[in-house]
Design a protein around this ligand. Sequence first.
Ligand SMILES: Cc1ncc(C[n+]2csc(CCOP(=O)(O)OP(=O)(O)O)c2C)c(N)n1
Ligand SMILES: [Mg+2]
Length: 365
Amino acid sequence: MSIPPPEPADSGVRLLAPDGTRVTDPRFVALADHDLCRTFYSSMVLARRLDEEATALQRQGELVLWIPLRGQEAAQVGSAAAIRAHDFVFPSYREHAVAWHLGVPAAEVIRLLRGVSHDGWDAAKHHMANYAIVLASQTLHAVGYGMGMVFDGAAGTGDPDRDGAVLVYLGDGAMSQGDANEAFVWAASFGAPVVFLCQNNQWAISTPTRRQSVMQLARRADGFGFPGVRVDGNDVLAMHVVTTWALEHARGGGGPILIEANTYRMAPHTTSDDATRYQPAAELAIWRARDPIDRLRLLLAADVAAGWFDEVREHADDAAADLRRDCLALDPPPAATMFGNVFVDETADQRTQRGWFTAYRGSFL
Ligand SMILES: Cc1ncc(C[n+]2csc(CCOP(=O)(O)OP(=O)(O)O)c2C)c(N)n1
Ligand SMILES: [Mg+2]
């Protein structure tokens, strides 16, 4: 069976064109001033540099696996910059730039992938759940959390100092999961304060989006009864403005929104994948010309002092060196730690088993 042809090209909401010029959209006005643009640029360059370093660490045997984000920096940084103190984020597994933008230490993002921990960072501290490897499972967690926020009077009260919302990330492939579709039904039925952000990076490992959906993913929201908006996911200004709008809508009790960020994964699915087996080189070239970092650099070039881009790069190189140092210092925890991760209070059986295990480990020289 052949794959249906794609819908006519539609980049979605766009405020910054690939050539670095600003574009107007009747629905959304760019909020981003120049200071914010500089922050976006630094954050995207940092994310790309850390992503490169983590990829190198995996190739050198220091990480079990790495999940690259190259090409998705604008979708992640633009949306992360819209998150406020009372919001909560549920990521999938590729949202490193979101975590880093929210201040999660770089090395905490790679702990899981070094295989020394079952999780990454303190979710309560950073208002961001740990990665969900089971596709779309996080969408149900997000809706449940959002409904809980309403019950707790932490969303939809009309008080902007109190109200928060949930931002949940999922991929184009995850949109086909039952969990995602159940989450959409629940969110719509209960008006949950949830923004679903689908990063359509055109691929679910080797399956193209057009195999998973014969129409734009954003339009699926219509069938569930809430707004869906397609955005140029390589345009950090558009991603920021649309996510800001959607989160405000959700915080204020307006119910869920689906954002489809139209972007591209300019890297393999993970370091275990060889994307050259299925990603056409010509397609990659088209998306390289839409690089999210290059277009913001073109916009900023006219205004920033000479040498500023070099400073950003040097800062990112320093952060990459820190990440390498911190990664190499991440040793496996004592094996008996696993007994402490089962129940809040250790049971008598567990105590016995921990004793056996510790004695067994201790029997080795
Ligand atoms: C429930 C479930 N089924 C299958 C997998 C295996 N798997 C891991 S990633 C992936 C592709 C996901 O693609 P997409 O949702 O587009 O996200 P992307 O990796 O492109 O960011 C699959 C099938 C899984 N992790 N969970
Ligand atoms: Mg995908």
